[in-house]
Design a protein around this ligand. Structure first.
Ligand code: ZN
Length: 302
């Protein structure tokens, strides 16, 4: 069950499924509140923040004959009047529909409306995605390395990966990249990464050029248990390849599990688009890459 909802697919802000919140936000108007002859008891609708599909909001009233359960959104299997998006592909990969069933790395979706939106957000919000990654990993990705991440992701159309959602784009850029050398990169002051790699960095926090350190990300997991907020994790692993000629023998010198904090990302998206803190260099890189790897045409719902 989805415990939060949005008003429209294009929104980023999500709200708890709760009658007071619903009434204040929608004022009981269509398309969210549907009542009248022929429809029986009033029904209330919203949009799933994970997959952009319409959901019926249930369990908000004690008197509506439903079993007593947490108020939640229940996915619909069809279009709903007044809601712009119905994307069966994103519905199938919504964690609340999969109920914890793991994503296979080769499980890919057609260029549906939601998939193309993931791609577009990666380009338009590239600087913010990198900000999140820097904060979470402790690696101050250089613009060149950041460009390489996005190039790989766009060239291989990794926005098709079934485990990619509207909320996890930043972390998926890292997950889909091959093992990446860290030499020459700066590590964030105060990060646990920099503390762990202190023998490999200069006093300014730069990984020495002789270093054979490389980072990759693995073990992407999304849980979607009933009655809980879906939790998503990804593991970051730094290996030292300097002595090992065979990669599988390289010692792991740092690893940590990243808990993906989607709300941080969503809040950044709601900061105004011309905010002075935006990184114009990264946005220009994203524009150039988007032109080199143009989107395929929309593949219609099936
Ligand atoms: Zn959903």
């Amino acid at each position: 069950m989805v415990l939060t909802f949005k008003l429209r697919a294009e929104d980023h802000a999500e709200h708890r499924v709760n009658l007071d919140v619903f009434e204040q936000l929608t004022r009981n108007t269509r398309p969210w509140y549907v009542s009248g002859s022929g429809v029986g008891a009033p029904r209330r609708f919203g949009v799933c923040p994970w997959c952009d599909n319409p959901v019926q909001l249930v369990g908000m009233l004690q008197t509506d004959g439903e079993r007593k359960q947490a108020a939640h959104g229940r996915h619909l299997n069809h279009r709903q009047a007044g809601f712009a998006v119905f994307d069966p592909h994103s519905l199938r990969s919504c964690p609340y529909q999969r109920k914890g069933r793991p994503f296979r790395i080769d499980e890919r979706a057609p260029a549906s409306i939601t998939r193309l939106k993931i791609r577009r957000l990666a380009i338009e919000q590239f600087d913010r995605l990198m900000l999140i990654l820097k904060q979470d990993t402790g690696i101050n990705y250089s613009s060149r390395l950041a460009a390489a991440l996005l190039e790989t992701w766009l060239a291989a159309e990794h926005w098709r990966y079934a485990g990619a959602s509207l909320r996890n784009i930043a972390w998926m850029l890292a997950y889909m990249a091959p093992n990446t050398p860290l030499k020459g990169q700066y590590l964030r002051d105060g990060s646990d990464l920099r503390a762990a790699l202190k023998d490999h960095v200069s006093t300014k926090g730069q990984v020495t050029v002789r270093s054979g350190l490389g980072v990759h990300f693995q073990n992407h997991k999304v849980s979607g248990r009933d009655g809980e907020d879906a939790a998503e994790t990804l593991e970051m692993v730094v290996s030292d390849f300097s002595a090992a000629s065979h990669s599988p023998d390289a010692p792991v010198v740092f690893s940590k599990q990243l808990k993906l904090e989607h709300s941080r990302f969503l809040r950044l998206l709601d900061t105004r688009s011309d905010h002075p803190a935006r990184n114009q260099e990264l946005l220009a890189i994203a524009d150039q890459l988007a032109a080199r790897f143009p989107p395929p045409p929309l593949e219609e719902d099936q």
